[in-house]
Each structure stands twice: as C-alpha cells, then as structure tokens.
Design a protein around this ligand. Sequence first.
Ligand code: BG6
Length: 375
Amino acid sequence: MAETRKFPHHLIREIFEQPDALRRTIAPRVSLAEGRVCLDQIHISREELRALRRMNIVASGTSRHAGMTGQYMMQELAGVPVDVDYASEFEYRNPMIGRGELSIFITQSGETADTIASQREARRKGSRTIAISNVEGSTIAREADGFIYTHAGPEISIASTKAFTGQMACLFLFALYLGKIKEEVSKELAQQYIGELLALPQKTETILAAAHQVEKLADLYYRVDDFMFLGRAIHYPIAMDGALKLKEVSYIHAEGYPTGEAKHGPNALIDFRLPLLMIATCDRNHAGSVVRYQKNLGNMEGFKKQGATVIALATEGDIAVPQLADHTVFIPAAPELLSPILEIVPLQLFAYYVAAKRGLDVDRPRNLVKAVTLE
Ligand code: BG6
C-alpha cells in the first residue's frame, strides 16, 4: 500500500524511501566476494554482448536524464559508444541503427507511448533491446528482449524521484556487467565498485538526515521566478533533472545547462536576479573529476563577480567551494560515476520544499500526468 503515513505527501515519502529502494535494486544483484553482477533477465548472450559495437539509450523526461548518466557509465566502464535520444524524437528521425547494436529503453511506468513506439522501431531495425522499468509486466518489459527492474516500489507522485535513482543504479549495474564481459573491468575494480554501490543507501540516508538544511534554503528562494542549474559531464544530467523537478512541482522557470556552456549565451542572464545551483563535487581519485572541479571553481568565481547568488553542491570536506558559494550543501564522497545518484537527492528535496512553501499540489502538478500513454 502506497500510503503517506508519517509524510504529508507522496513526493517527500518517495524521496525518503530511496535508501530502501536502492538496497532492493542493488543488493540482490551483486556479489562482493566474487566481484560479480548478476542480471538474469537480460536474455542476450554473453557472445552478443561481447561483440557489441554501439548502444542507444532512449527515454522521456526524468528517465532520459538517467539515460544521460548511463552514457558516461557505459562508455567509461565498457568502452562502448552510446547515443542518448528523446523517445519522442528517436522514432521520427529514422535512427541509423541495426544488428550488432543494443538499445536500452528506460521508463518508470513501462507505458510511455513514445518509448514503446521507439522500442518497436529499434527491434524492426534489427537492434537488440533491453527495458529498464519500475513496473513488472509492463508493456515495455513484455516487448523488449530483456529487462532490468528498478525495485523502487509504486511511484505515485508525478515527479519521478526513487525510480530515477533506481534507474541510475540499474544502468551502473549493467555497465559493470558489460565491462566485465568485455574484459574492460577487472575483478578487483568490480569489487571496489560493488562496495561503493552497497554503500550508496547509507550515504543517501546521511543526506536525508540533513534535509532541514535544504528546507532552510527553500525558505530563502521559494519566491524567485527563475533558476539555473549547472553541471559538467555526468553531473550535467543531474543539473537537468534538478531543474526539471523544480519546474514540474513549483512552476518556477528553471533551466539545466552544462557549466562550460554558460559562457556561450546564458551568461548574459547571470546577475543578482538569477540564482544558480552549481554541482561542484569532486572525486579526488578520478583525474577527469579533479580537472572539472578546478574549472567549476573558476566559473563560480566569475559568476560571483557578476553578482550572482550561488548555491553549490560540494563533497564533504571541501574547503574551496564554501569560500566562494553563498550556500553549500555537502554530500558524502563517492566515485565520479556514482555521485550523480547522491547529488540528485538534495535537488529533489529543494524542489519539494519550494513547491510546498508555494502551497501547490506537489503530487499532482497542473497539466502533467504520471505516464503519457498517447504519442
Ligand atoms: C512524465 C512524468 O509524464 O513522463 C515524468 O511526469 C517522467 O516524471 C516521464 O519522467 C517519463 O515517464 P516514464 O514512465 O516513461 O519514465
């Protein structure tokens, strides 16, 4: 039963359910001792997966943002080039795909018409297909070659939260699974990542325990009319989803943008009237992350000189970001490819508290539905 016991809305309950949802999605599928990922509903042979030359990820809304993080995970861990598409675009652009390729369709409901139509198109063109869904027996899961379920439990609120973090966990599991089959990932690296995956629920609980800090930020900003969310690389999809969450539930105009792109146009908007939320976390063990972190500090300095207000997401223990940003929300350290699963949680909380303070129907925003079953 999906009740709102203890919580005033489904949305906040579902945000707080994420640690358990992640445990159910991750734990049954990994063996730390063996460094193994077990995905027994893929129904595609190891030989076919080993020979994979390209992948497509297709989805709508928040599910597509998960797919965008999956692109980084697959390319880094399995060495396979990945394209990501809006489902509503994929089916109409005569996608150049075919045999020897795998197309992954991500859909919480498993009933989104554009995503179902895209899966049918991909199969028609000879691609193998896998569905990542939160609803067992849904249309997409019945029609794809294989499937990976997020075990998030029923997601009632129109804005997707626990399904989203579950989708990113499933994409990472598949990237690790594929990386091992293609011998890109050693047993030791797999064990390291599995340990980090198993630590995610506890780290999510740490973030949720500090939810009151995010609520205080919402008190300061719930009256604003515009917001810009900025993130680089695998953090850009999280900036996109943070903006989408705020838009969906609070009706504030919010935009997600790649941090490095702000100077090509959007910078003209950035002054004291446009609050920025910048993802400025850093995985000290990941060279690319350290380089991007330094660039983020430079960008933040520039935005502050333009008079902007900056709310930053930083890694626990960071000293430089709080010295530059007006407000800093800390999240526990995690590997670069897994930190997006943690980073979205404060942004979900922010969107919820802002919408609640604006007195809106946070579970059923105007004009939106949970599953768009018509194209
Ligand atoms: C929208 C929902 O209607 O559909 C979003 O409001 C969701 O939350 C999007 O991300 C895609 O839905 P699904 O079920 O295909 O993931």
